[in-house]
Design a protein around this ligand. Structure first.
Ligand SMILES: [Zn+2]
Ligand SMILES: [Zn+2]
Ligand SMILES: [Zn+2]
Length: 380
């Protein structure tokens, strides 16, 4: 994959001294420093050698931070996750349901992210589960995969939950029952929104001691639940999931300039049909906003519920697949291209030496320097 022109890590690096002033807590600060050091000498690395006897090219690589908030460290994890979910696809229509929190809750989200986001997951699942269990709407046991996003396109706080929901469920006699219209219609969103709001606020009241006016204000607005029609085919669900699951607040490819101590990046304006606009922020504001989306340590942001939960799917999925047929997406071979030698493009890179933050020993550096002097530096 080509290195993007500009990176979040570049912004962090040039503000190394000020990061603590731009972030809310030490966990965020630690994360920002990890991202700043990603794929630099500070994290150590390894030397690979091409196994093609004609080539024997040496290549130096620095380790990546593997932090889940890092724009440089998403690709491999995403591929593995998508492959696993692809093997679990049911041959039924899937819906995309999004639960969004009103911005009146932003301060609370920043103050107690773990509690508020946990309530968001629990409430969303409760609403879907109970609408599903209601014979008026479906009368079956449902499942969902939910993914927490906390950002809007301009990087400000905008917490919402993407839920991928099979359009139906299992009835008491163990058979699949489609949602209305052969699974093409889920539940009325207006009704879902009202129940979502009522239950969410009820849970907040139990957790936080706030004045009554605070809760009243939450009822002054309609809360948005959005349900998109089924995906064209279950195969498409996996591709779609991939786009959402391992997404982070901003990808490096969106950054268009880092000139003059400012960060310019593209953003889609969904009120204008997704038109692309260019936004500019000072470094300080960019880092502050990026930090808002660093989740509490260990907080799980992708969760599986109901018949798709890890405890139930092992039992349920094989039965459903036997009943309705399998739906296996086209098998893509795992990407191994990053081990291909960039010079001869035939050999495979084999790691011959690993080193820590102090760097490789002198004699390896000499070997690398000699090689680079003798071969004009053509990077693939
Ligand atoms: Zn990284
Ligand atoms: Zn989102
Ligand atoms: Zn080679």
């Amino acid at each position: 994959m080509s290195r993007p022109l500009y990176q979040v890590a570049d912004v962090l690096e040039r503000n190394e001294e000020s990061l603590s002033a731009y972030t809310g807590n030490t966990w965020q600060l630690r994360t920002l420093h990890a991202l700043r050091k990603c794929r630099t000498a500070a994290l150590g690395g390894h030397i690979d050698r091409c196994d093609n006897g004609q080539c024997r090219q040496l290549q130096l690589s620095y380790n990546s931070c593997r932090n889940r908030h890092c724009p440089q460290c998403q690709g491999h994890k995403r591929e593995a996750w998508i492959r696993a979910r692809g093997s679990e696809l049911l041959n039924v229509p899937y819906f995309h349901v999004v639960f969004t929190l009103p911005d009146t809750l932003n301060q609370l989200c920043l103050h107690a992210p773990k509690t508020v986001y946990t309530i968001l997951f629990g409430t969303a699942w409760g609403v879907l589960r109970d609408f599903g269990a209601d014979p008026k709407f479906l009368g079956a046991d449902m499942g969902m995969v939910a993914i927490l996003h906390t950002w809007g396109q301009n990087l400000s706080l905008h917490p919402h939950l993407h839920c991928i929901v099979p359009g139906g469920g299992i009835t008491a006699n163990g058979k699949w029952k489609y949602a209305r219209n052969k699974g093409k219609y889920l539940f009325p969103v207006k009704a879902m929104s009202k129940v979502f709001r009522a239950r969410f606020v009820e849970s907040l009241r139990k957790e936080f001691d706030r004045p009554r006016s605070f809760y009243d204000k939450l009822f002054a607005k309609d809360w948005v639940v959005y349900a998109k029609r089924p995906f064209a085919s279950p195969q498409y669900v996996v591709e779609y999931l991939g786009r959402y699951t391992h997404k982070i607040a901003i990808s490096n490819h969106r950054i268009t300039s880092l000139a003059d101590g400012r960060v310019s990046f593209t953003a889609k304006d969904y009120r204008k049909g997704g038109a692309v606009q260019l936004l500019g922020l000072s470094d300080a504001e960019f880092i502050r906003r990026f930090g808002l989306h660093i989740l509490p340590k260990g907080f799980v942001r992708i969760r599986h519920y109901g018949i798709l939960s890890s405890s139930r799917k092992k039992m349920v999925l094989p039965l459903l697949m036997a009943e309705m047929g399998r739906c296996t997406p086209e098998e893509k071979p795992p990407p191994i291209l990053h081990r291909r030698c960039p010079r001869c493009k035939e050999g495979t890179l084999v790691t011959v030496f690993m080193f820590d933050g102090r760097g490789p020993p002198e004699h390896w550096m000499v070997k690398l320097e000699n090689q680079n002097r003798n071969t004009p530096n053509k990077t693939a």
